[in-house]
Design a binder for this molecule. Structure first.
Ligand SMILES: *Cc1c(COP(=O)(O)O)cnc(C)c1O
Length: 380
């Protein structure tokens, strides 16, 4: 074995992170909503051209805020994919509403638009759509569908920072969108997130919910003369050290995306002929989207070939994890949610998908991964 361990993910410094963190300390405010939070918000607001962008301590927090803004109540239903991270569902359950698990489309691994349409009932209040692997594949259709049925549309764009659909940024189609800056995402601050509020009527309430249900933000702007408890809320803001780190990362967002896309392209070219021979599956590039290089995955033909693949790679010191355990069949999913139809695509994908290492400083290790993966795939 000539190479050292290739992890699945490794966080990197890409610019002025340390300088900004020091500066934040020097400025003497470590609590949230200082200079660096404002700088992050300005950049993101320009990117999304949104009425409001609020930093949060995670995408999970931003999803909870979105669920509060939708005013979800007991008895309400929210359509979500079963093939997603638990936070998409928890946000709904925390409001006492019911997540309705719908299948994904086999080519996009995002919500299957036809299944979504069929799953709408008089109780449906919102669609929480996930841009899997950073591809907002059917967002225009879902947006039209949501409008036609008077439903809220929330984009869980945790993986989709900088992705576009018909040249329009992911995160600008829904009533609100949520992003993650967790260390496994493209732009990182350890833990971190943002809520993009596209619906003007929600701007003020979103600030209140984020500030423990108080009108503190309005008070500091001089819009009200005392600061008090006005609505339900929690503490969703990150501290300034996180914002300072994040600020440096957001400044380098384009370079990060380019670097990851070049890795994505190398993987894509390396496995294209195997995919054409139908030996394996890999991401289909939706014609209307530009991805952000968040993730590269392969699809094996069965659970046992995937297990063999992962074990082989691990023996050669390359980490290739899988996800997600479907929510509809998980203990909490069965308890809190409802399943629409048969989720055979979700079940199949969750058994056969494997993710290849993808991070800013992967460098020439990408060749090691390709060599090993090719070896195991060709010798089956
Ligand atoms: C990462 C992720 C989240 C959670 O993000 P956090 O910032 O860790 O809370 C939610 N949804 C999806 C689709 C994700 O990929």
């Amino acid at each position: 074995m000539t190479h050292s361990k290739v992890p699945f993910n490794k966080p990197s410094l890409v610019g002025n992170e340390i300088k900004y963190v020091r500066d934040a300390v020097r400025r003497g405010q470590l609590a949230g909503d200082g200079t660096y939070t404002e700088r992050c918000c300005k950049m993101l607001q320009a990117q999304f051209n949104a009425p409001s962008v609020l930093l949060t301590h995670s995408c999970t927090a931003a999803l909870e805020m979105a669920a509060m803004l939708c005013d979800l109540q007991r008895g309400d239903e929210v359509i979500i994919p079963s093939f997603t991270f638990v936070s998409t569902a928890n946000a709904v359950v925390l409001r006492g509403a019911t997540p309705v698990f719908v299948d994904i489309h086999p080519e996009t691994l995002c919500l299957d638009p036809e299944a979504v349409e069929a799953a709408i009932t008089p109780q449906t209040k919102a669609i929480f759509s996930v841009h899997y692997a950073g591809f907002p594949a059917d967002i225009e259709f879902l947006s039209t569908l949501a409008k036609a049925h008077d439903l809220f549309l929330i984009e869980d764009a945790a993986q989709a920072l900088g992705s576009t659909y018909k040249e329009q940024q992911a995160g600008t189609f829904g009533d609100a969108a949520t992003f993650s800056f967790h260390e496994t995402k493209n732009v990182i601050s350890g833990e971190g997130g943002a809520l993009v509020v596209n619906r003007p009527e929600w701007v003020e309430r979103a600030e209140v919910i984020r500030e423990k249900g108080t009108n503190r933000s309005q008070f500091f702007r001089g819009a009200v003369d005392k600061y008090t408890w006005v609505d339900v809320g929690s503490s969703y803001l990150p501290g300034e050290l996180i914002a300072a780190f994040l600020c440096a990362q957001i400044e380098m967002q384009d370079a990060i995306r380019r670097r990851r896309l070049s890795v994505f392209d190398m993987y894509f070219e390396a496995f294209e002929s195997l995919a054409q021979d139908r030996q394996i599956g890999m991401p289909k590039l939706p014609l209307n989207c530009k991805g952000n290089g968040h993730m590269f995955y392969l699809l094996m033909d069965s659970l046992s070939t995937r297990t063999a693949f992962i074990n082989f790679m691990k023996r050669h010191n390359v980490m290739t994890p899988f996800h997600y355990v479907p929510l509809h069949s998980s203990p909490a999913g069965r308890r809190f949610g409802r399943t629409f139809g048969n989720l055979s695509v979700t079940d199949r994908i969750s058994d056969t998908l494997v993710r290849l290492p993808m991070f800013f400083d992967l460098g020439s290790d990408v060749e090691t991964v390709i060599e090993l993966a090719t070896e195991v795939l060709e010798n089956r």
